[in-house]
Write a protein that binds this ligand. Sequence first.
Ligand code: MN
Length: 741
Amino acid sequence: MMSSNNIPPNKEDQMIEQAYQNLLNGYLSSNHRKKVEVIDKAFKFARDAHQGIRRRSGEPYIMHPLAVATIVSQEIGLGSTSISAALLHDVVEDTDYTVEDIKAQFGEKIARIVDGLTKISGGIFGDKASLQAENFRKLLLTMADDVRVVLIKMADRLHNMRTLSSMPPNKQYKIAGETLYIYAPLAHRLGLYAIKTELEDLSFKYNHPAEYQRISELVIASEEQRNELFTRFAAPIRERLDNMGLDYEFNVRVKSCFSIWNKMQKKRVPFEEVYDLYAARIVFACEDESRAKRMCWNIYNEITEVYAKHPDRVRDWLTTPKVNQYQALHVTVMGPDGNWVEVQIRSQKMDEIAERGFAAHWKYKIGEGEEEEELAKWLSTITDILKDPEPNAIDFLDTIKLNLFASEIVVFTPKGETMTMPKGATVLDMAFTVHTDLGTHCIAGKVNHELVPLSYKLNSGDQVEIITSNSEHAKPEWEKFVVTAKGKTRLRAALRHQRRLTIDKGEKRFMDFLAKHNIEFSNEVLSQAIGRQRVAGKEELFFMIGNDEIMLNEDMVVKKEQGTRFNWWRRNPFKGKEEPKETTSVPSEAISTKGIYRLVTRDGKSNYQIADCCHPIPGDDSVGFLTEDNKVIVHKMDCNTLARLKASYGSRLLQTQWEDFSDRFQATIHIMGIDQKGMLQSIVNIISTNMSINMKRMNVTAEDGVFTCDMDVLVSDATVVTNLCREIKKIKGINSATRMS
Ligand code: MN
């Protein structure tokens, strides 16, 4: 069929020619319409495009597309469009031709399939870490488009697996793992049983070479005995089937090495104890397929008259075929040696479907025009199966890896690495899974480049970045949205550790305080303190001191002569402000309280300190308070603490004026609204792009549709905050944005 060219055909050309003829012969003997022309054109196009390129094995590259096309035609049963696309499947990826070129030469349909294949491929043999899951995701996404893409991909993978020995071992391992994880279950779903079994066996061979070797040897070693047993088992049945005048084949089928190994692992039994190592299979010819089911039951009756059947092991896939249309009748009977033997009873058509899936259907189709229609029907059936992630049929559940659809998600790190997480996992779970430190210091996440709160539930395919801040620590309320076991364990450990540190800090403060005021530590002192603060015990007391919830107020220590020795503590109403104090340099000379005190910052040093209680920032109306050790603490004019200070220490107040706004000050903004998609993103946009403001911390909650957000920003002065709040309030859904003191 192929025209010979002028170059004297060397061995390689002969090999290519032979492979191509084999492809054509298979196609011509199929029931498909004979559209050889497009196949011929595709072959020549691909051959010329890959000219001079070799596979790792050393053979000309075109041998690979030829092999893939042959699988597509002969093992999957697809027609000329798929065969041509298979021949062209690596052209766009590996040569200078574009999808546009393919479209111009072969039309829209083939071009779309080739494009899909190129997109999925992205270098199956590449080095990037994410490929496995990335491919899978793309595969799933592409499937809805044209399922032929998936089927050809399957053929591509099968051929790559068959020729895997030419890859270096580390890649063999990776590719084999990926095949077992993604492609074999997919083949199973597609009803491509033979391909599924071969993929599993090949993966097993490369993942566990020694085990594979051992099991295949055991299978071979036990063959003679098995055949002997089978002959004895089959004899009385054969007699009856012959009497029925049946045209049939009665064979013994040994499980694949992978299935045997799987069984050994699952049941924890040695090879010898895998009871269903093999199954007997009766495949009978049947001219009128409508009689096939009845014939299956007739055969069943004959068998069960000879051997006792296992009451729980009759599988009637006749009345209700499997979702992938598998039909057969299975019965398990007690053989002459006292072992259970499964017998599978099928008509030839049923057998064909079992082995080749839906592809078998049109082998039995007569009539030219029906092909396209039948193809369309088949493809849409497969698409339906693939779209339904959890079909009820039990046969889909037996492949463990399918829980990929059900209970696991795959997400990506910013570097493109993949992580498998349980379904329902949040950003916080991911942070803790990566590292405890990342978990304890995280403040938010970016999912697919959009800012999200830590409680955000991840979806398969999400790209997730964790945003951290060293000044943040794990919070007890996080337990509400850590769902993974690992996350929970690590969060609790982190919280325990943090609590311990805070307790130690509090204890030290307490002891230092006592020492400074010449109070001798005793159990009595301790229990008085515990009693007065109404706390549970020593740990609780120290924890609250360490956490700034109880302050050791030096100003009031003098009250001890009034008999109330421990009045010098009070609960801190401004707890939770743990910001490190900015370095301040306060002039040593006495500060005059007359006149205006100018608040100056130079080279990061200020002649004042910002009050912890109200956090004034430049531009705020503020008042200075001169401490005993000659420091100036700046409060907001309307600060409550200042109001108290005014009453007792009026003479120490300073009128202040902000000199320069070069430094950055922290302000807290509280935002509330009705939760809407993209709200957080809009806020972040305003902060980061509309104005030059640094966000330090962000705490977002969305409960029952109400969105709340607290954030700390670093700004130069108060007008920036006012403007910021005004802008935020313009966002749709936001009700309020106010500065907190
Ligand atoms: Mn390929």
